[in-house]
Write a protein that binds this ligand. Structure first.
Ligand SMILES: NC(=O)c1ccc[n+]([C@@H]2O[C@H](COP(=O)([O-])OP(=O)(O)OC[C@H]3O[C@@H](n4cnc5c(N)ncnc54)[C@H](OP(=O)(O)O)[C@@H]3O)[C@@H](O)[C@H]2O)c1
Length: 286
């Protein structure tokens, strides 16, 4: 496949570049193709010869989105609509990513694609608006919702991964404080990149959930990461009320990969995600 990859330096984009070895991938830098600059999208997508456009870029600093709503909507919704439009016009397949934060978290079982979205943060609203704008075009676009992504190239937004932080704290003899009442399905970017490649070999369109399998609290996830790294799980459980943040986040946002399973594509469970991440980290053999 000839692929135009936007956001190719991020957690997921890096894994796509690393793993889709048989594909011809062009991955312009952020300053070359910027979702905030429509003319750069027109030039990259409209004039290029890619068969598939994969958009891994987003404004996903969840707390900043609360106060920078206009930017969130411009990057996560309007620009995504523009990309879908350009792809539809030029006969390219379009893939973009959405989030578990489109849900309100008022449930106790993993969300399937047909469950009702009801975002409770500006970030979630902006990503869901992007989904709706793309879907209204009735194109063959794929909208892949994922959850708690971590990768060997940490997001520039945070600069570190959650796993690296708890490992560093344990090695320093500190007790990490981790919420035990927030449940998600944290996803290793490498596994997501593999699932996406398999998905593109089908003619699936619309919303598809793709996350490492199994709901897990962030506390249990951190404890398992420490165990797998050969460290004592020295952690203090805290309630989400003790964790101050600008945006509301869903208490429960694990995803159920219903459509992926129907397509015969399986993703490893969350423990295998940790194991693969620890094995793949450059210079950090555990
Ligand atoms: N991370 C999560 O926990 C999570 C959870 C659910 C869904 N998602 C979604 O999954 C997708 C991939 O996330 P990720 O974790 O791989 O993100 P990431 O690591 O933060 O990477 C984002 C990429 O997009 C680029 N970028 C940022 N703003 C841009 C803009 N305005 N125009 C063009 N490029 C821009 C970044 O380049 P620079 O670094 O050079 O700016 C980087 O290459 C996103 O759609 C995100 O919303 C993420």
């Amino acid at each position: 496949m000839r692929v135009l990859l936007i956001g190719g330096s991020g957690q997921l984009g890096s894994e796509i570049r690393r793993r889709w070895r048989d594909d011809d991938i062009v991955a312009p830098r952020h300053d070359e193709v910027d979702l905030g600059v429509p003319s750069s999208l027109d030039a990259a997508v409209g004039d290029g010869n890619a068969e598939v456009v994969v958009n891994c870029a987003a404004f996903h600093n969840v707390d900043r989105c609360e106060t920078e709503v206009e930017t969130a909507l411009r990057i996560n919704a309007v620009a995504v609509e523009r990309l879908a439009e350009l792809c539809a016009q030029s006969g390219k397949r379009f893939v973009t990513f959405s989030t578990d934060y489109v849900f309100d978290g008022m449930t106790e079982w993993p969300y399937g694609e047909n469950d009702c979205a009801n975002p409770i943060s500006a970030y979630g609203v902006s990503k869901y608006t992007g989904e709706l704008l793309v879907q209204r075009m009735r194109s063959d676009a794929l909208i892949v919702r994922t959850c708690g992504v971590y990768g060997v190239r940490p997001s520039a937004t945070k600069g570190y991964t959650f796993i690296d932080r708890v490992i560093a704290q344990a090695r320093a003899g500190e007790h990490g404080r981790v919420v035990d009442d927030v449940v998600a399905s944290p996803t290793y970017a490498g596994h997501l990149a593999e699932a996406l490649r398999a998905l593109l070999a089908t003619n699936a369109r619309g919303v598809v959930h793709a996350s490492n399998v199994g709901p897990v609290s962030w506390f249990d996830f951190a404890a398992e990461a420490l165990r797998q790294a050969g460290l004592e799980p020295t952690l203090d459980a805290i309630g989400s009320g003790e964790w101050k943040s600008g945006a509301r986040r869903p208490r429960y946002s694990a995803l159920d990969n219903v459509r992926l399973r129907e397509l015969g594509i399986t993703m490893p469970d969350w423990r295998a995600g940790i194991a693969a991440y620890l094995a793949d980290r450059p210079g950090h053999p555990e």
